[in-house]
Design a protein around this ligand. Sequence first.
Ligand SMILES: Cc1cc2nc3c(=O)[nH]c(=O)nc-3n(C[C@H](O)[C@H](O)[C@H](O)COP(=O)(O)OP(=O)(O)OC[C@H]3O[C@@H](n4cnc5c(N)ncnc54)[C@H](O)[C@@H]3O)c2cc1C
Length: 418
Amino acid sequence: MASPEVADVAVIGGGPAGLAAAAEAKAAGAGRVIMIERDERVGGILNQQVHDGFGTKVFKEALTGPEYSAIYEDRVNDRDVETWLKTTVTQLTKDRVLTVRSQKGIQTIEAGSVVLAMGCRERTRGAIGTPGTRPAGVFTAGAVQYYMNVSNLAVGRKVVILGSGDIGLIMARRLTLEGAEVVCVAEILPQPSGIAANLVRCLEDFGIPLYLSTTVVEIHGKERVTGITLAEVGPKMGEKKGTRRYIECDTLLLSVGLIPETELAVDLSLSTNPITNGAIVDDSFRTSVPGIFSCGNVLQVHDVVDYATLEAEKTGAAAATWAMTGVLPEPTINITAGAGLRYALPAKISGEAAVDFTMRPWKEEHGKAVVFRSGGEVLRRLKMPHMEPAGMIRVRVGQGRFGHVVDNEITVSVEVAE
Ligand SMILES: Cc1cc2nc3c(=O)[nH]c(=O)nc-3n(C[C@H](O)[C@H](O)[C@H](O)COP(=O)(O)OP(=O)(O)OC[C@H]3O[C@@H](n4cnc5c(N)ncnc54)[C@H](O)[C@@H]3O)c2cc1C
């Protein structure tokens, strides 16, 4: 094996998070930055997202996925980041040695700091245990998106979608526009998982029915899907007797959640958050292993790419500072997600700079506020007319507010708005 390459910052993944982190690491003073991407081009999942709606926060315009990622690809190239394409990181050690595989063979990189930006993957049929035979015609939403938008291939004519998250909803519209019949969307939860706006513009506008508290209990067909059986579920997700109905279709599209791509980090024994399944990080996006940082969808699933980018820019800058100086502000203040919130990120902060907190509520709320308290006193209160689990909340808390923190503890909760 060739002698190891040495980099100040190694970024794993060339999606929007990796691109932004690598560009910003360079801007923050890192010498050699290597970004490793297993695909033949950068851009990650954005390459297959031809709908618009990307960039509305950062650029104040609605770009397509490829248009958005091209801006950051240019930045990476302008700033002389080394991009290693068709190269997969297969191993990462706690002392930041990466093993990578490509057509050149196996190489190692010794990095001053490492940014994990591997995105997430889709849950498959196996992950949710759908019963029935194993015919062709069962796809994940991302696979269908790739076939349609990148390879220009149709996957089927009569489609049932399982899962009402934004991905499932967007695919319902896309399949309809491409001439397929989307018979219905089934959702196991009693409420939709996607944002309200997508329910209107992707289902209601096209007359596609949404069946809540409903799931697929059987897939029919030998060579190819010929139909599926849906059934209603009770509060404990058990099938309700007498509610089965057969639906003829040739395709079942699964849009049943995303899982952070964390296999590489398993050997690192990173502290992780059981809700996000991503690493626990501080406000420099440092994980529990020194010199290893995390951002983008591998850290928490983002519904808006702009927030993934902003998070990644901070991560890249912090990774560069750590690699070049070995010093970052020490996180001394603990953040706890209180009533009404599934999680709040980061989990620890230094209090030496403003922090953009991200969080998700457990359920849809109206007329409430996100409130940061320490020692019972309010540090920051932000009214939120509408909150829903599908929409990530992002709240900036200015550095001045942290001067009032008691016992290094802050709790953030959903409260009645005053
Ligand atoms: C269907 C869908 C619709 C969306 N619609 C919108 C929208 O309308 N507007 C919006 O703002 N946002 C949207 N988003 C969200 C946005 O796409 C994500 O927030 C963003 O792509 C996350 O970027 P990322 O870089 O973390 O992950 P990714 O884009 O997944 O990139 C991760 C990259 O890491 C690479 N990688 C992984 N492991 C390795 C390894 N071991 N070695 C080398 N490379 C590796 C992968 O190949 C990939 O290129 C949507 C997301 C989905 C799934």
